[in-house]
Design a protein around this ligand. Sequence first.
Ligand SMILES: [Zn+2]
Length: 578
Amino acid sequence: MTTGTNPGSSNPEHSNPETGNPGHSGLQVGLTVLAEGPFTRGPDGLLTTILRVPVERIGPGPRSARFDVIVRRAGEKPFSLDLGSATPPWMIVDENPPSDLTALLQDSRFLAQQVYAVAASTLALFESTLGRRMGWVNGGRLTISAYDRVAYRQSGYYRDDGLIRFGHKRDGRTTKSVPLALFRDLVAHEVTHAIVDGYRPKWADSHAETDQLAMHEAMADLVALLSVFSTQTLVEKLLTQAGGDDLDLDTLDEAALRNDLFRLGDGLFKRESARPSLSHDLSPDWRTQRDPHLRGGAIVQVLVRVVSRLWLQRLDAPGGRSSLYQVSRAGASVGGQVLRMLIRSLGYMAPVDVTWEDLLRGILAADTAVAPDDDLDYRGAVVRAFAEAGIVLPNAKDLYGVSTFAGLRYPVRLAALSSDPEEIVRFIWENPRLIAAAKIDPTRPISVARVRPTLRVGPDGFVVSEIGATFTQEFRLSITDARRFGLTTRGPVFIRGGGQLRFDEGGRLIFAALKPILDPVRQQTKLDAQELMTRPADAAVPVAPVAPVAPVASRRAARAPAAPAPEVSARRKPTFHT
Ligand SMILES: [Zn+2]
């Protein structure tokens, strides 16, 4: 069963026959993927959906400007996709998956299409929501090894290698090995780690704390869950599964809707993962959980509550419950909206040391910028759900963080401000009030990693144009200097802080999220948290030895030079595992 149009869906929507130049910038194409995974079936067979991905030149692999997808089954050369056309628009020809399970599990071609489509649509979701290109942490392409020889626990994102590896495993439901990359949520989850890592590399470096790693997990889980949930047919299936023939649309309440989301989430996340069931109550000590999956899982629960409440609100509008289609479409649409609210928050959070209050503030500030009216009180629903988890803004009145910065000096050139890090350093330096607020050490250099203009369109068509910049300061203090600074410590201390600044089109500072640097109280709190986390329970997951596999020529051998299979030390462990 497939939603939307399928036959010929890989044809781009228009081209220019006169010039022979398809000019595909901005065009999208539909590719068929499994809506959830290989075991989810609808009334007409496998439950599939069409994902819209940007049209781009695709090489064998498939390889695009941003992704290199490699499918290599044991004993085979890497599979290389046979593309439909040697001329523009070079796009993958859309194919439906085989309906037979065994054939599906062994179909390298469909696996390549599934992985490419989910990865490319996840990246496109971030780029269209944030109004800018998103890079990888080490530049270049992100390699996705879609049928890797790694063990299940070694599947995941390897930041140093710019690589995502997906193993395969036996499953009680079939005798064949099941490629993990056939599960849409797993691919969306790992690609989200890579996107967030490219955008905020210090959230996952060696100095990152559990809150930042948990922020990664929460984002990755929510993108996975809500992008799957934004498939209307899947929501319909969840509702009918729960209600059966007796499904009464008029009595659906928050608990019922939330249960559907919980069931979907649990189905997706519980594949031997460390996450709690979404249907459990929030653990009272969730903030100090050591496992980033558990800690981040609480935020997944919070946002699932937001989705179910806003969904109910839509159903209670006139005609909202008129048909199953209406109800499921409302759920899918709310899921997509909340997902975009979450993604937008990224541009409103500091580049280091983010906390859950920062996430709440980021969601609210970003949403206020693109949807000033908020007629349906989406932001109120977010505030209430976060408050239930104990997350409240210390200064809710100053959402934008600039109320004390009236009269700043702007010794900058607007053109340079949107592209030149030096111009941002100059702006900070010329404003002692900003230096004092961020507690910047004036004797040390300020590092500005990125300055980017962004252009976004709000739900009402209102265009928001801003310039975003991040700065950091980090250094090591000896024990003596750290104690003199006021810290209680038994060793040298790594100090860091920084901020996210946003400027409007006229170059005025309109938003600031600061993590003060020379702030002994904040640095001591971080030290204490690190102390708490230094324990044997945090030890690395044991790594299974990896046996080298000799490539053997196969029926579907590469027709064009395929990328070399990624070589990663067997001792390496993923930055984030599935
Ligand atoms: Zn993860």
